[in-house]
Design a protein around this ligand. Structure first.
Ligand code: NDP
Ligand code: 8X3
Length: 251
């Protein structure tokens, strides 16, 4: 039977690439994001290969999350795989200069948003004694770096939460995995630098960064392992990256 996968943040980057790869392998997809126009275009494209349902909501708005998941038609309610991918960095400033609204956005989206979506989906997985949750962490959740501040904190929180969830859910036969990418060239830096194209482009200059598809292929691999195998924790770096801040760039 086809598995149903819910992907948050499917309108861009890692989430969008994941939707594309999973659609080509016949998974049924619930694609989520705030940008309705992109969701509509993506749904039109992917529905040539598989069944698609789209949900437009902001993960940081608790009621929106529960209403959106509640609105799923009966034949979409049994989510087999949840990919908690929606998230971003907002700002890149030393802690004493950083913007409080940026802090709140990162905590509300990267941590609380992930929690709300999980809370909305998980009881049904527990009842069915089956499911797989993949949280997208980051190298920023293993290594703090200068000006990483609350983004680091949010991804450390995702890491701690993932490890705790795995323990709670073991008796319910639910797999919990975390993927921790290094530098992936998506809209991520554009969001972090608030649309400053020059600063954003510099992040990926002089080396080959990861692409959304690189991570999507790994997600596909993880969710297609046999029932007794859980790839629990993966750090994925571009070859030219050794630590959060050490990147070998061609001159
Ligand atoms: P993108 O900016 O390309 O994509 C972010 C996605 O998250 C978009 O689809 C966006 O959709 C969605 N999103 C953001 N805020 C919200 C919100 N409030 N409610 C609902 N959806 C939201 O970045 P990436 O693909 O790179 O990021 C995906 C994940 O990967 C994030 O969790 C990020 O922290 C993590 N990551 C990224 C790395 C990188 O170097 N790029 C490295 C390590 C981890 P929309 O705007 O339509 O709502
Ligand atoms: C995104 C990677 O190193 O820019 O999580 O924080 S990094």
């Amino acid at each position: 039977m086809k598995k149903t996968v819910l992907i948050t943040g499917a309108t861009s980057g890692i989430g969008k690439a994941t939707a594309e790869i999973l659609a080509s392998d016949n998974y049924r997809l619930i694609i989520c994001g705030r940008r309705q126009d992109i969701l509509t275009a993506l749904a039109a494209k992917l529905s040539k290969s598989t069944e698609i349902h789209k949900l437009c909501f902001d993960v940081s708005q608790k009621q929106e999350v529960f209403d959106a998941i509640d609105s799923l038609p009966a034949d979409w309610k049994d989510v087999d795989i949840l990919i908690n991918n929606a998230g971003n960095a907002h700002g890149f400033d030393p802690i004493h200069e950083a913007n409080v609204d940026d802090w709140e956005a990162m905590i509300d989206i990267n941590l609380k948003g992930l929690l709300y979506v999980t809370k909305a989906i998980l009881p049904d997985m527990v009842d069915r004694k089956s499911g797989h949750i993949i949280n997208i962490g980051s190298i920023a959740g293993i290594e703090p770096y200068q000006k990483g501040g609350v983004y680091n904190a949010s991804k450390y929180a995702v890491d701690g939460l993932t490890k705790s969830m795995r323990q709670d859910l073991i008796e319910h036969n639910i797999k919990v995995s975390e993927i921790k990418p290094g530098l992936v060239n998506t809209e991520f830096s554009n969001v972090r630098f608030k649309g400053d194209e020059e600063k954003s482009a510099k992040v990926y200059e002089g080396f080959d960064p990861l692409t959304g598809s690189d991570i999507a292929e790994i997600i596909h691999f993880i969710i297609s392992r046999p029932a007794h195998v859980n790839l629990a924790d993966m750090l994925i770096l571009p070859t030219a990256q050794a630590t959060a801040t050490m990147v070998h760039r061609k001159k």
